[in-house]
Every structure is written in structure tokens, then in C-alpha cells.
Design a protein around this ligand. Structure first.
Ligand SMILES: C[S@@+](CC[C@H](N)C(=O)[O-])C[C@H]1O[C@@H](n2cnc3c(N)ncnc32)[C@H](O)[C@@H]1O
Length: 225
């Protein structure tokens, strides 16, 4: 009851102070493959041996992944290591073939998680990032307002799309799965944007295909080959 009350207050305040853009993307995620189907497909195709998941919660994804070495990091629940991603990367010397980032869904933390993951990645490894395609403004508000929370993870992906030594995509599946591969960028995003945090949901709604470099799951293997 109390949380419902706070939700209405927060939403009311947002109508006054937040961005006013209420169009939505129409993805129905139940018609697309799940995150664990996508992750397992990559593991099997690449014959990967080691997996790191940042943010495990109830292990809904973690428990579905089959691989030799599996580490899960979460300060609250699930996985194998009870700590934040920052603490884990500070202490760990391990390298991984595939890293799935699904922890704190803010631009700043995801950017940090990607940078740390790049250092912890084996040379032919792949980084995946969950929640890159919010459908509506309410899903991307930071801090979380209600319902499914993508946060502003997408802004970090847009920034990585501008780097020439990293090849970045977003697979259209399960709320959007970002893909980062260490190789020359095959379609660099040319932009004058300097401060990616300041991007608006309207910018994303209008440009998301180009910003996020969308790839359909059927074409995933072509991209990661
Ligand atoms: C969306 S849930 C993860 C869901 C899970 N990956 C899955 O697919 O079922 C996000 C999780 O991130 C964790 N988290 C929050 N801040 C974190 C941080 N700084 N480092 C690692 N995990 C964090 C939360 O405790 C929460 O369990």
C-alpha cells in the first residue's frame, strides 16, 4: 500500500519535472528468444568454456546456462559471489570467454561494467548486456519508477557504438541484448553527441535502429562468427 502511494507521488512528480514523451516501441518480447537461449547459442557455437554473469537475482538466467566454469556476482542474491561488480573486478584475476552484464541498470555503472569486462575478457570473447531496448519512457527512468526496469543502459551502448576498436550491436530479443566484440567497428556511429548521459528517450525512440545497431536473432551467428 505504502509503495503504491510512493509510486503515484513519483509518477506525478515525473509528469512535472521529467521528459514529456510518451510514444512506445511495440516489441512483444514473448515472441522472441529468451536471454538464456541467446547466451547458450553463442556458448555452443563458439565452444566457450567460461561464463561470468553480473547481477543474478533469482538465478533465472544463471541456472539455465550450461558451461564448464560459471561465476555469478550479485550483492544481494543468486550467483556464486556475494559482492558488487566493482568489488569483484577489483579482486578477480580470472578471464572469461563470455560476460553477461545485468546488474545495476544505470548508464554510469553499465559503462564501468563494460570497461572492467573488457579487461577480464579472453581475446576471442564476447560481452553481452541485458535491457538495451526499453519500450517506453517509464522503463528507462533512473532511479527505477515501477515495472520492468531497463534503466538507461541504452545510452552506454550508444557511446560504445562510437568507438573504433569495438564492434557493438543489439540483438532484438528479451528486452534487448547488447553485444560487444573486440575487433574494429564495422559500422561506427558518427555523431556530434558529447554527453551521452544527456540523451533523451525521444532521441532513442527516433533513432534506436541506428543508435543500437539492431540485429535479428536469426542473423546472430553471422555477426559473432
Ligand atoms: C535484473 S536483476 C538480474 C537478473 C538476472 N541476470 C536474470 O537474468 O534473471 C539485477 C540484479 O543486479 C543486482 N545488482 C545491483 N547492483 C549491482 C552491482 N553493483 N553489482 C552487481 N550486481 C548488482 C541486483 O541485486 C539484482 O539481483
Amino acid at each position: 500500500m505504502k509503495s503504491k502511494y510512493f509510486f503515484f507521488i513519483k509518477r506525478f512528480l515525473y509528469y512535472f519535472y521529467g521528459e514529456k514523451f510518451y510514444k512506445r516501441l511495440s516489441y512483444n518480447w514473448s515472441n522472441y528468444p529468451s536471454r538464456f537461449q541467446i547466451i547458450q547459442k553463442i556458448i555452443d557455437f563458439k565452444k566457450y568454456n567460461s561464463y561470468l554473469e553480473i547481477g543474478c537475482d533469482q538465478n533465472k538466467n544463471f541456472s539455465n546456462i550450461t558451461i564448464n566454469k560459471k561465476i555469478g556476482v550479485d550483492p544481494n542474491s543468486g550467483g556464486t559471489h556475494r559482492m558488487t561488480s566493482d568489488s569483484f573486478f577489483e579482486k578477480s584475476k580470472s578471464k572469461f570467454d563470455i560476460i553477461f552484464i545485468d546488474g545495476l541498470h544505470t548508464y554510469e555503472q553499465v559503462k564501468k561494467d563494460i570497461e572492467n569486462s573488457l579487461n577480464a575478457l579472453n581475446p576471442k570473447g564476447i560481452i553481452l548486456i541485458h535491457d538495451c531496448l526499453p519500450k517506453k519512457i517509464w522503463n528507462q527512468i533512473v532511479p527505477r519508477l515501477y515495472g520492468h526496469w531497463n534503466g538507461d543502459v541504452w545510452k552506454a551502448l550508444v557511446e560504445f557504438r562510437t568507438y573504433k576498436d569495438l564492434d557493438t550491436y543489439t540483438c532484438v530479443a528479451d528486452h534487448g541484448i547488447g553485444i560487444i566484440i573486440k575487433r574494429p567497428n564495422r559500422s561506427i556511429l558518427e555523431t556530434k553527441i558529447k554527453n551521452f548521459k544527456k540523451l533523451k528517450f525521444k532521441d532513442y525512440f527516433t533513432n534506436h535502429e541506428k543508435f543500437m545497431n539492431l540485429v535479428q536473432s536469426e542473423n546472430l551467428i553471422e555477426i559473432i562468427r
